[in-house]
Ligand binder design. Structure first.
Ligand SMILES: Cc1cc2nc3c(=O)[nH]c(=O)nc-3n(C[C@H](O)[C@H](O)[C@H](O)COP(=O)(O)OP(=O)(O)OC[C@H]3O[C@@H](n4cnc5c(N)ncnc54)[C@H](O)[C@@H]3O)c2cc1C
Ligand code: SF4
Length: 572
């Protein structure tokens, strides 16, 4: 366990070389890279301390009956009492609002390491096409960088953190530097056989979990409890892999319970530091920095920038073009589950594994033959993992399911592991009806203006999700199974999840080739404030059919290298 790493910020007159806001994937990587390069860094984090390696924080290997609430949700932990996340869809005292008719959910973590403590760890690179979609199909925009610009940084992220997967040579699904993947579980092999028959590409999953010793960390022992916080550091979380090593350089000052509200600027328009609320006292404080890096998560960073108004920046920072808060996206998503009779009563076998799926289906089709643009990948769930409290709700849906006493217990044993589910995760095209802005009347409990969301899915997303539904139903049928639900109708949006619900929100301060229509240049540096950078999902120009975090970290590493180079050249 790392002892009391949080220190009060230095009171010296000398500003920090860099002040970073947010300690998740993006902020943790910036802190690691910049301290390694010799910078004196202060890291402001709105949440409290967290350290997976301590049983004070992690619930790894505990049994459901060890918990007074049997692992059920608490207000702080909507995914269950033992989920390694403090935060959720609603945070007391920190509201957000929605325009009339808007369905949007915003998940926020408030803890050291942010969402990297309980994320799914599916770690995919964007492919070459994902950076130039407008050139390919005329929709959205191209990035100002290419896959080749980011490839060396993806490689470095792979080497530093560790990831398992397999080299496949697929188009637009770049391979990484992989540890060996775990073998598919029994039910995953059945899924793969069905996919092979249907010519749906099915490959080993790619997760940031190490399967051999890596940089002093022990390999995974397949307890399957990644979301509780890994005590052996075998998976990636920002504190254990990035922030604690950064603290060991002696150059990082970590300030937890520090809610940033605004970047301060001088008369010359340059950033001078960050105003923040000390949540333990409610005091409004200021920390000085020669460079400011925002990594509070895409939409929170957009909010801080909008709140950073001054005479030089009347519309907020990085907003000379007026794009701040625009071009926000989330992954499209829908789920289908079904009962597979051939998985009933299978002989008990070793179903151990990582806390996630061992197989995945990357996008495998040609959009020219379809009625929607862009693609999606498929995540799979099911199997004979250790049951958790409340497992197998709806036993009456199984043949002969239900009853009392011994009969009921036998039903649970018989049918456990006979359900298989599929989740689609696809690419949304940015549109001008999906954006966030400051609510003109609502503030949080510290008086900081909050975000108001506007959201609209279009046919480009609805038709893609319809295809997901049809595909998942076809795979279940191919496995000889029975789908649990009816096909959702067009009026039901084909079962599309609300905006934000997949928790891959991106954009809001997009990068671009021209200051006329972007907030940041290709180094994630504000066009209108040269010592201000963004290192989370806000600079993304578009989604992809991949989860975003590996790209957030590759970009943060690249931005940090640029900052180091500029500092050494005396330009920042
Ligand atoms: C259940 C779940 C599963 C997921 N699965 C995957 C997956 O499999 N693959 C994938 O790629 N992505 C996944 N994600 C998304 C992934 O977690 C995010 O993309 C990633 O963590 C974003 O990194 P970030 O640094 O931008 O933000 P975060 O990790 O959220 O970190 C932001 C930090 O900033 C702090 N902060 C916020 N506001 C302020 C403020 N005003 N002042 C100071 N600090 C502030 C927060 O407390 C937080 O610690 C998942 C997310 C969830 C919730
Ligand atoms: S499955 Fe592996 S990585 Fe996940 S918590 Fe268990 S040991 Fe850690």
């Amino acid at each position: 366990m790392v002892q009391t790493p949080t220190r009060p910020p230095q009171q010296s007159r000398e500003p920090y070389d860099v002040v970073i806001v947010g300690s998740g994937a993006g902020g943790g990587m910036a802190a690691y890279e910049l301290t390694k390069a010799g910078a004196r860094v202060a890291l402001l984090e709105a949440g409290g301390h967290w350290d997976n390696t301590s049983s004070q924080y992690s619930a790894m290997l505990k049994m459901p009956y060890d918990s007074p609430r049997r692992g059920a949700s608490t207000p702080d932990r909507p995914f269950g009492e033992w989920d390694a996340n403090i935060g959720g869809w609603q945070i007391p005292g920190e509201p957000y609002t929605k325009a009339e008719g808007t369905k949007f959910d915003w998940w926020r973590a408030r803890m050291l390491g942010g969402r990297t403590n309980h994320w799914g760890r599916i770690s995919l690179r964007f492919g070459p096409d994902d950076f130039r979609r407008k050139s390919l199909d005329g929709m959205g925009d191209d990035w100002p960088i290419t896959y080749d610009d980011l490839k060396p940084w993806y490689d470095e992220v792979d080497r530093l953190i560790g990831i398992f997967g397999s080299v496949e040579g697929l188009p637009n699904e770049p391979d990484g530097i992989f540890h060996a993947p775990p073998a598919p579980r029994y039910y995953e092999r059945r899924v793969k056989e069905a996919c092979d028959r249907m010519q749906i590409t099915c490959i080993p999953a790619r997760l940031s979990i190490i399967t051999k010793p890596h940089n002093g960390r022990a390999p995974c022992h397949y307890c399957g409890q990644c979301n509780r916080g890994c005590m052996t550091n075998s998976n990636f979380s920002s504190p254990n892999v990035l922030i604690f090593p950064a603290l060991r350089t002696g150059r990082l000052t970590l300030v937890t319970n520090a809610m940033a509200r605004e970047v301060s600027t001088g008369e010359d328009g340059r950033a001078t530091g960050v105003h923040y609320i000390d949540k333990t006292t409610g005091e409004d404080k200021h920390i000085r920095g020669k460079i400011v890096v925002l990594a509070a998560s895409a939409l929170e960073t957009s909010r801080i920038l909008m709140n950073s108004k001054s005479s030089r920046h009347p519309q907020g920072l990085a907003n000379a073009s007026g794009v701040l808060g625009k071009y926000i996206t989330d992954t499209t998503g829908t789920d289908v589950a079904g009962f597979i009779p051939s998985l009933v009563d299978v002989p008990r076998h070793n179903a151990d594994g990582v806390g996630g799926n061992h197989i995945m289906m990357p996008w495998w089709l040609d959009n020219k033959k379809l009625d929607f643009p862009r693609g999606y990948h498929i995540e799979v769930w099911g199997g004979l993992g250790m049951p958790t409290y409340g497992f197998m709700g709806g036993i009456e849906r199984y043949p002969e399911g239900g009853g009392y006493g011994t009969d009921l217990k036998q039903q649970y044993r018989k049918y456990w592991g006979a359900t298989v589910g599929f989740s689609g995760r696809g690419e949304m095209i940015p549109n001008d009806k999906s954006f966030c802005e400051l609510d003109p009347t609502v503030t949080d409990k510290w008086g900081i203006p909050v975000l108001r969301f506007h959201w609209e899915w279009r046919d480009t997303e609805y038709l893609q999700v319809k295809h997901m539904q049809e595909t998942f139903r076809a795979i279940i049928a191919e496995m000889g199974g029975e789908v649990w639900s009816n096909m959702p109708t067009r009026e039901q949006g084909y079962g599309i999840a609300n905006g934000g619900a997949i928790i891959h929100e991106l954009g809001g301060a997009r990068m671009g080739a021209s200051e006329r229509d972007s907030a940041l240049n290709s180094n994630c540096q504000a066009w209108d404030c040269e010592n201000l950078f963004v290192a989370d999902g806000a600079p993304f120009v578009s989604q992809a059919d991949k989860n975003p975090t590996w790209t957030i970290m590759a970009l943060s590493m690249r931005t940090s290298a640029y900052i180091t180079q500029q500092r050494r050249a005396g330009r920042l």
